[in-house]
Design a protein. Structure first.
Length: 134
């Protein structure tokens, strides 16, 4: 994003994909298990299920991948990566539009934020975390 007024967004085609170390579940009894929902390295690195990728050229292995590796995996699975990413882009744009008034209030300050897009349902992205810092 280079501007909020007018809103101008550029999306980079590469990025980081992080995987939870415990299989996602909607089971009400497991909703408090933070490692089902969070992919933060600081939380997952001590979990026995965390898989380190020690070789830079072995993308698509371990608990962290590039978006390119995810695209390849989706292709193998028969999923439409470009359609799913179009939904991710749509979610990002709508989120930025929704918070635009709050950002414009702080325009004289440095504002940073983090968006975490969850693909636990594989084909349906949803915003799982947003942190606005100023």
């Amino acid at each position: 994003m280079i501007s909020y007024d007018p809103l101008k967004i550029y999306l980079y085609h590469e990025g980081l994909v992080r995987f939870a170390t415990i299989k996602y579940s909607l089971d009400a009894e497991k909703l408090t298990e933070k490692l089902i929902h969070l992919t933060n390295f600081s939380l997952n690195k001590n979990n026995d299920n965390y898989v380190y990728n020690s070789e830079a050229d072995e993308d698509g292995v371990g608990s962290k991948w590039s978006l390119s590796a995810l695209k390849t995996k989706y292709g193998i699975m028969g999923l439409e990566y470009d359609e799913i990413m179009a939904d991710v882009k749509d979610l990002i744009i709508k989120t930025l539009i929704a918070i635009q008034p709050h950002i414009l209030e702080k325009i004289d300050k440095s504002v940073a934020f983090v968006l975490s897009i969850d693909l636990a349902a594989i084909t349906t992205p949803f915003l799982s975390f947003m942190d606005l810092m100023s």
